[in-house]
Design a protein around this ligand. Structure first.
Ligand code: FAD
Length: 369
């Protein structure tokens, strides 16, 4: 379009849209970025902020996660406000059966790529002195990292604004596409060499038809945050139930796990815990696949998650400060995410599931290949 700079239009201010804006700017595009809300409110600000390599399936999924992890580290240098920390994680086993799953993981050929190590309880405590509860062992992953999800998007946009060829247009809802262009609700058309729509879990009218047959489903999660916890929790933490949800742990030893506790099974719960820079603990999560989703959050899984977290830390938690739910879009076939051209020069990218915060930089890179 423009003789000097190619032009990229991005729809959606979540992490996928923002990483596409960053990737476009890196490749010399001038970027126009539309977001429906005044400030994004979707999955990208409701998550843990875990850049989670440990749980990814070996092969293509791990390769993409490792590339994303590398890009996150580079991007974080330009956006220090995102709070990127290479803090690593420890997945804690409390039984012999869980320990067997960890042993299987460290025995795999890709363990070194993930920087995995099996830890005794004493090594767990030396690495993360906040873990004072009874544990049988820990699985260290040195490639896992964290960002601050409530600060990341504005911090990334600040970095983009300094390029001089980026304009962010909040409170603009995309309503229609035609080849190489998208119209917002004010009637303005935005033309681009490429238009990338990263509209998250709720595509709305303008893409509803294009996505009607796409292999996508929505998943709803419940989360909480405590008041500041006084001890530093130096790594992110996961419990043994997380082994059931992350594909990295699929294998013979996983079959040896006893059934989950009733409440955890009912809510498809796992414990993930990360300390925010202000000391608060973000704790989750649950998984609900059946729509329509409830509009309220339910107390039962919170009581369970707080109980598990307190048992692992060997200490009462501070009072809960906030609770919320979030919904992500997930591909239901063997793709890692969904990308489709819905009109010439107009691409939709969504469906990364529970790994979108991790994978977004590498997914954006692939869009331009
Ligand atoms: C509770 C929870 C915890 C999670 N934890 C993690 C984690 O720790 N690590 C990890 O890797 N992943 C995690 N995930 C997954 C991750 O958050 C998502 O995969 C990712 O945020 C999806 O990003 P997105 O940009 O596609 O969607 P969103 O963040 O939902 O952004 C989509 C944006 O598009 C905008 N939009 C939609 N329609 C229009 C339109 N018509 N016009 C203009 N704008 C529009 C929306 O307003 C929204 O801001 C978690 C998800 C949830 C819900």
């Amino acid at each position: 379009m423009s003789a000097s700079h190619p032009r990229l239009v991005v729809v959606g201010g979540g992490i996928l849209g923002t990483m596409h804006a960053i990737e476009g700017a890196r490749r010399g595009y001038s970027v126009v970025h539309l977001e429906r809300d005044e400030e994004p409110l979707g999955a990208s600000v409701r998550n843990f902020g875990l850049i989670w390599v440990s749980g990814r399936a070996g092969g293509g999924e791990l390769d993409l996660a490792l590339r994303a992890r590398e890009r996150w580290e580079e991007i974080a240098l330009l956006a220090p406000g995102a709070g990127f920390r290479a803090n690593g994680s420890i997945t804690l086993a409390r039984s012999e059966a869980e320990l067997a799953v960890l042993e299987e993981a460290v025995g795999r050929s890709d363990a070194r790529l993930r920087d995995l190590a099996l830890m005794t309880p004493a090594q767990v405590r030396a690495t993360n002195p906040a873990v004072l509860g009874e544990v049988r062992a820990g699985l260290w992953c040195g490639r896992d990292a964290t960002v601050e999800p409530r600060r990341t998007l504005p911090a990334l946009r600040n970095g983009l604004e300094s390029t001089g060829s980026y304009s962010y247009l909040p409170s603009r809802q995309a309503t229609e596409v035609r080849p190489h262009a998208v119209r917002d609700h004010t009637g303005q058309w935005h033309e681009g060499d490429i238009v990338v729509c990263c509209i998250g879990a709720w595509p709305g009218g303008f893409l509803a038809e294009a996505l009607a047959a796409a292999p996508l489903r929505r998943v709803r999660l419940q989360m909480l945050e405590t008041e500041p916890f006084l001890e530093p929790v130096t790594t992110s933490l996961a419990d043994g139930d997380s082994l059931r949800y992350y594909p990295a742990f699929a294998g013979e030893a996983l079959q040896g796990l006893p059934p989950q506790a009733d409440v955890a099974a009912r809510w498809r719960a796992q414990l993930l815990l990360v300390q925010r820079v202000g000391g608060e603990l973000t704790i989750g999560d649950t998984h609900d696949y059946s729509e329509p989703f409830p509009f309220d959050v339910d107390d039962e899984p919170y009581r369970h998650l707080v109980h598990v977290a307190a048992a692992l830390l060997g200490s009462d938690l501070p009072p809960v400060r906030r609770r919320w739910s979030g919904v992500y879009s997930q591909v239901t076939d063997d793709r890692l995410y969904y990308r489709a051209e819905v009109a010439p020069g107009v691409v939709v990218v969504t469906g990364p599931g529970g790994r979108g915060m991790t994978m977004a930089p590498a997914i954006a890179e692939e869009t331009f290949l």
